[in-house]
Design a protein around this ligand. Structure first.
Ligand code: ASP
Length: 438
């Protein structure tokens, strides 16, 4: 491995002892040349992230309230880190700059970005490495969309020239030079952009868990860690609620085929989860990679005799939902019935309008609304080549006395999605995990 981009999240850099762990990891492998750092996160469950304190300063300033107490909390945390790392660092001049600039900031972007800016400078000093400001290498266009071409070129050239560097996560600059942040958790995106720019062989994402879990640990007791997962499987599981990375973090590295390795700063010997375009040939893994799901769906079933011979019925039905700004999740259909499964909250806000439009425009025989549905996705690229997967799923649910309300198999055979009553959700996830994964 020649070049690794290593991104460390907020809990991995929350205080001096965590920073020391991260630095040991960096030094353990000379390929870890480009480090992307988050702002200090929570040290314990009731702690406040530096980023949240910075947003609070900005909100206080906007309301013409005194924000010096909040800024002092930020400065105290950095003071403590600096003292325990034993470095000399002029934190007061950084704090003074924020104090001066903050009252004239129209948005929270600049203040929020200072968490990663200062933390990265401190880590660079501790490592004795160059610091590169993300504002000089990550660029957005006028619309606030990442200017990929300019970013990859500038960041690639600048970083390759330095050979190793610490870069703050979470932000870049607008064409007028002002700071713009990604959405929350966006240092993951920076890590991916840097990995792509330096043509890294691997993007390591160091966090506080030993990888992505094959089911929700709040429902299943100690679910297995996923060792290998493809970008596509990750996307499916994340969409259904499993979260380990910022949603936008996959795209930059995916295009270049750079694998992502989720690792645990507190357990650096754990292998974590490797996210790749395809599963390595020499690896045998279970056909199902993970199970994830969500509650809060409503199904609107429309019945009409001879619906099948009425051209454009389904298109007109979906158009009614799209006019109300409601995306559909699933759309199972029978000969004379079609159901549209949608987010309950969105539907409830537009319920009367939608039902009226369906009646007026489609003239159906019946409309049936089923509320409080949950959907569960059983995801795995290996499922396509194994016979009897669906039978196993249905048997597991039947054995647990769970009624299936909807079935949907993605056309790529990567997943099977089932709809059930919300009340059965936890029982169903456990039954499926036991049968398909454990
Ligand atoms: N510090 C930012 C946040 O709390 C970005 C990040 O940590 O990825 O959202």
């Amino acid at each position: 491995m020649n070049v690794i981009t290593a991104k460390f999240g907020g809990t991995s850099l929350a205080d001096a002892s965590q920073i020391k762990k991260a630095v040991k990891i960096i030094k353990d492998n000379p390929a870890r040349k480009f480090v992307v750092a988050s702002a200090p996160g929570k040290r314990f469950s009731d702690d406040i992230k530096i980023t949240d304190l910075l947003y609070k300063c900005h909100a206080q300033s906007k309301n013409n309230e005194d924000f010096s107490g909040t800024l002092k909390k930020i400065s105290d945390r950095y003071e403590e880190i600096i003292k325990e790392l034993g470095i000399s660092f002029d934190i007061q001049s950084e704090i003074e700059t924020i104090k001066k600039n903050l009252p004239v900031c129209p948005t929270g972007d600049y203040p929020a970005s200072r968490g990663e800016y200062i933390n990265s400078k401190i880590i660079a000093k501790f490592l004795g490495w160059p610091f590169v400001d993300a504002a000089e290498i990550i660029f957005f266009d006028e619309k606030g969309i990442l200017n990929e071409e300019k970013t990859f070129k500038t960041a690639g050239e600048k970083l390759k020239e330095l050979n190793y560097a610490v870069i703050p996560g979470f932000y870049g600059s607008m064409p007028d030079g002002s700071i713009k942040t990604f959405s929350r958790g966006g240092s993951d995106v920076t890590g991916s952009i840097i990995a792509r720019s330096v043509k890294a062989d691997l993007y390591e994402n160091w966090t506080d868990v030993s990888g992505m879990l094959s089911a929700d640990p709040r429902i299943v007791n100690a679910p297995k860690v996923i060792e290998y997962i493809t970008y596509t499987e990750l996307r499916e599981l994340s969409y259904m609620g499993a979260s380990v990375l910022h949603e936008d973090a996959v795209f930059p590295v995916r295009k270049a085929g750079i694998p992502i390795n989720i690792r645990n700063t507190n357990k650096p010997d754990d292998k974590g989860t490797l996210i790749t375009a395809s599963i390595p040939k020499n690896i045998t893994k279970s056909p199902v990679t993970g199970i994830a799901g969500r509650k809060g769906f409503t199904s609107v079933r429309v019945e009409k005799t001879m619906m099948n011979s009425e051209t454009g019925f389904g298109a007109r039905l979906l158009y009614i939902f799209s006019r109300s700004g409601i995306p559909f999740e699933h759309c199972p259909s029978g000969i004379d019935t079609i159901s549209v499964v949608v987010n309950s909250e969105l539907f409830d806000n537009r319920r009367e309008i939608i039902l009226r439009e369906i009646k007026n425009e489609l003239n159906p025989d019946f409309i049936t609304i089923e509320k409080n549905l949950a959907s569960i996705a059983i995801v795995g690229e290996g499922m396509v080549s194994v016979k009897g997967m669906a039978a196993k799923i249905f048997a597991a649910l039947a054995k647990s006395g769970i009624n299936i309300r909807m079935i949907d198999q993605g056309s790529d055979e990567l997943n099977i999605i089932i709809g059930i009553d919300e009340a059965d959700y936890e029982k169903a996830v456990n039954a499926l995990y036991k049968e398909m994964i454990s």
